[in-house]
Design a protein around this ligand. Structure first.
Ligand SMILES: Cc1cc2nc3c(=O)[nH]c(=O)nc-3n(C[C@H](O)[C@H](O)[C@H](O)COP(=O)(O)O)c2cc1C
Length: 199
C-alpha cells in the first residue's frame, strides 16, 4: 500500500450496520485480532483482552443488545431524524446480522494510569477497524454494551476470572463485524476548532 492508498483507507472507512449473513472464517477473525494486537500500548503492557462471540453465543447476545437500546434510545430519538432512528433501532435488535461480535476489555492494574490502559485498548480497536476494511469486511465499534456492563460480563463468563474479581477487567466496547451489505454515506467530519497550534 502506498502513501496515497493509506490516507484513502482512513478516509473511506466507515461504520457498517448491515451485514450479509455469510460467516467469517476463523482464520480471518484471527488476522483481525492479530492486527489489533500490533497496536502500541502503555509500557507495552498489551492490556487488551478480547472475547469473541459467534454462532449460538452471538445469537444469545441479541437480547442483551436489545436491552442496551433501552438505555440509549431516548437520547438518539432527540438527535436522529426518524428514518435514521428506526434504522439504528433495527441495528440494535439484529446487530445488522453481523455474524461476529468481539468484546474488548481492558486489563487495568496499578502499574499503569487508568486512562493509558483504556487508550491502549482503543488503539487496538482502531487497528481492527482498519484491518476489517482491508479484509473486505465491515465493522462497527459499539459503546452500547456499556449500558448493561455487568450483565455482559456475566453473559461472557468474564466475572468468573481472577482479574475481574480483583476489579481489573473492564468492558470498553464491542466490535461487530461481517461482510458489508450496504454502503453508507460518509459521516461528516468537523475539522474546525479541534486543533490549537502553539509556538
Ligand atoms: C467508542 C465508540 C462507540 C461507539 N458506539 C456506537 C454504538 O453503540 N452504536 C453505533 O451504532 N455506533 C457506535 N459507534 C460508531 C460511531 O457512531 C461512528 O464511528 C461515527 O458516527 C462516525 O462514523 P464512521 O465510523 O462511519 O466514520 C461508536 C464509535 C466509537 C468510536
Amino acid at each position: 500500500m502506498n502513501q496515497e492508498e493509506f490516507y484513502k483507507l482512513l478516509e473511506t472507512r466507515r461504520s457498517i450496520r448491515k451485514y450479509k449473513k455469510d460467516p467469517v472464517p476463523k482464520a480471518v477473525i484471527e488476522k483481525i485480532l492479530q492486527a489489533g494486537m500490533q497496536a502500541p500500548s502503555g509500557k507495552n503492557r498489551q492490556n487488551w483482552r478480547f472475547f469473541v462471540a459467534t454462532g449460538e453465543k452471538r445469537e444469545e447476545y441479541l437480547k442483551y443488545s436489545q436491552k442496551s437500546w433501552i438505555g440509549i434510545k431516548d437520547v438518539l430519538q432527540k438527535r436522529l431524524k426518524p428514518s435514521l432512528y428506526e434504522f439504528t433501532e433495527r441495528f440494535f435488535y439484529t446487530l445488522g446480522d453481523a455474524p461476529v461480535v468481539i468484546f474488548c476489555y481492558s486489563h487495568n492494574d496499578k502499574s499503569e494510569r487508568y486512562h493509558t490502559s483504556i487508550g491502549s485498548v482503543y488503539m487496538a480497536v482502531e487497528n481492527m477497524n482498519l484491518a476489517c476494511f482491508v479484509e473486505g469486511l465491515g465493522c462497527c465499534t459499539m459503546g452500547a454494551p456499556l449500558e448493561i456492563k455487568n450483565e455482559v460480563d456475566e453473559f461472557l463468563g468474564v466475572n468468573e476470572l481472577e482479574e475481574y474479581k480483583n476489579g481489573e477487567l473492564e468492558l470498553l466496547c464491542a466490535l461487530v463485524l461481517g461482510y458489508p451489505d450496504h454502503e453508507p454515506p460518509k459521516a461528516p467530519r468537523q475539522l474546525e476548532g479541534r486543533v490549537t497550534w502553539l509556538s
